[in-house]
Design a protein around this ligand. Sequence first.
Ligand code: HEM
Length: 407
Amino acid sequence: RLALVWGGVWGIAAAGDPLARVVAPPWRADPYAQYRRLSGAQRSRTGAVTVASHALVSQVLRDRRLGVRTADGSEPAPFARSPLPAEHLVTHTFLEEDPPNHTRLRGLARPAFGPKQIAGYRESVEKTTHRLLDDALAKPVFDLVADFASPLPIAVISDLLGVPDVDADTFLRYGRVLGASLDGIKSVRHARDLRDATGELQKLFLRLIEERTADPGPDVISTLVEALGRGELTEQELLSTCELLLIAGFETTSNLIGNAVHTFAAHPDQWAALRADPSLAPAAVDEVLRYESPVQMTQRLPHEDVEIGGVKARAGTLVACLLGAANRDPEVFTDPDRFDISRPDSGDHLSFSSGIHYCLGAPLARLEGEVALTALAERLPELKPVGRARWRKTVVIRGLTRYRLAR
Ligand code: HEM
């Protein structure tokens, strides 16, 4: 039954397989308890390999013999298994491309995330943070997710892309549908929602591309439009790159902020330490990323037969890389289940992946996390949850959908 329900999670979670324990609903609330039972690499009956140690996850992500597509470029799961054909659902972003396409497209988007650009965004991130907190903290009880953790990254990435009149609720809905698709497409309804969200985003970006062609600005879409003019990418690639930047830009960062506050509420001594010394904020962001990674796993496909930690992975079979497990590897992190913002090595987490797909937006995510935590520590001395936090039901993306706090 598990294999049926979770076929979307790459079809490797056949009952009794190592990954089944991690993805099954009863254990999702605490995947870490399951991760502790896994180590190194393990092969499931379907031939897929689950990799859980820091050394091996890191090795797989850097190994150029594995890609995000099969060697012949064919569709990887979960879209291969979806109830609607993949071309109706998503456009391929460079996250789902191998070199040379990946190298070319990532290279075109990279300048928007350079150190100078990121430093230039700080002031506007701070302004948006305080504006949102002014409104949230005017209420006796506010929802951290809806009032702060989601609208902040949406506003920041929209600004960076030059998307005007942002309707945060609509983006939030699209983001959730697209984020959930990382687990696979489990129903016709989900497939339809995904098609609709993608269609709406395409319409929005087509309009923006038209506008920037006529009237270029300093934003990343204008840069990509210029590259289109030089024939360096196709219109379809331009569209999918815009979508990737938008969705990758807020889904995960929103979860970083939610997971951070939730974790600090459970560790008041650490909140007190951050409040006493706000210069700890960057280290705190990395410790949250390590402790409660917004992206718990990713996947790769060997282009040839390879051996991973003594386990054979055949060409074309899935290799699931458990980033959340690697981040709690006792070989790398002393007492890994302890949340401690003064840890010297929190930054060694794999939450931004590794190798050629290493998160392009990591400096922006770190900036947003740092500004958000600094402002919250200053303005919300005590974290007082009201009721229970509500978690997403997804496996790949870990985060909250609702988290109410009293002022
Ligand atoms: C890729 C995590 C924020 C843009 C990735 C990957 C991970 C990740 C794990 C690689 C997946 C893989 O190797 O298969 C995160 C987390 C974030 C975050 C945890 C927040 C805490 C952002 C932001 C942006 C962004 C703010 C800005 C637009 C991207 C892009 C890629 C990517 C463009 C694709 C890189 C490539 O394929 O070369 N991210 N991300 N991310 N991320 Fe992020």
